[in-house]
Ligand binder design. Sequence first.
Ligand code: NAD
Ligand code: IPM
Ligand code: MN
Length: 347
Amino acid sequence: TGTVNLAVIPGDGIGQEVTPEALKVLEAVDVPVKFQQTHYALGAENYLATGDVLPTSVLAEIRQHDAILLGAVGGKPNDPNLPPGILERGLLLKLRFEFDHYVNLRPSRLFPGTPSPLVEPGDVDFVVVREGTEGPYTGNGGALRVGTPAEVATEVSVNTAFGVERVVRDAFARAERRPRKHLTLVHKTNVLVHAGSVWWRIFETVAAEHPDVTTDYMHIDAAMIHMTVNPSRFDVIVTDNLFGDIITDLAAAITGGIGLAASGNVNPDRTAPSMFEPVHGSAPDIAGQQKADPTAAILSASLLLDHLGYADASAAVEAAVLADLAERTPGTTRRTPEVGDSIAARL
Ligand code: NAD
Ligand code: IPM
Ligand code: MN
């Protein structure tokens, strides 16, 4: 059996609680490979102690791994010693950008028996292909006359033909592999006309090469109506980095909650390791209490297995989660490690 070199970054808050449960499941699943783990104590605690967010040498070391499992990053809100965004930009986004994670894959399924806040959710099973390296996330912008009444701040969205085309192509390829073969572009082409134009033109061009994929387009605001009123209409959604961020929290909320939402930051060209993490953050409001649901982290490990080519092991983890979800009693809660144990025991 071979070895998978896995970089583990539990990070902050509940990241430190849910990551061990995902590792527990990776240990329990039947997979013809050994996971060789290297743990990196990056995050708020490390930054406050050392002043380092992600030293270049550590970044280079992480790059040598086959995949990354991340918990969450982000310190306590409004900590005077933690400048806003320092960890988000310097650690999380840095990894996504440096390792060219241009496909931020965020599947949403309403698993049987899982309660949804929607009265008639229908059969919800869609995947958001969120662009991961551009848009308003690049840090392109600045501020003038800060703190004066004449202050001006800009955050300029970057959309390159190269960046848009590669994620749009990936989304079409994914749509093609799904039974419904339907792809929705979500944007705001009626207002963001420059960025919207490049997204729309490239979407149309690539669509012409995929006559078997049916397509439609929605403005982001209207898409949120459809996602709330009739989410079963979606199959694959491709969208910009910021829209994708917002959409996927709503998608999580309608499919059983943020505690179930998994994601993969994928480099489809495999020029650097892909990174798997729950959609949720460090949840300072419940951190340290072993209250967090580790299911999102566990399902992220399932995405990791699939990415590495272990489709059977990935499916087995998903099946174990489904079985566990089916036996949850609404209104009752279990501690984080109990959920991990229960899922691992089914493997
Ligand atoms: P959050 O996702 O951490 O929490 C939002 C709400 O969901 C909170 O009420 C929290 O208790 C709840 N929640 C989240 N995960 C849960 C789980 N597994 N089980 C049960 N409840 C859960 O979002 P936030 O409060 O906006 O952000 C907190 C910090 O995390 C910020 O610093 C933010 O920048 C960071 N963040 C990091 C990531 C990441 O690492 N990928 C993602 C989102 C936010
Ligand atoms: C997410 C998070 C991040 C994002 C933040 C923490 C940078 O919200 O993974 O969804 O906006 O991508
Ligand atoms: Mn988010």
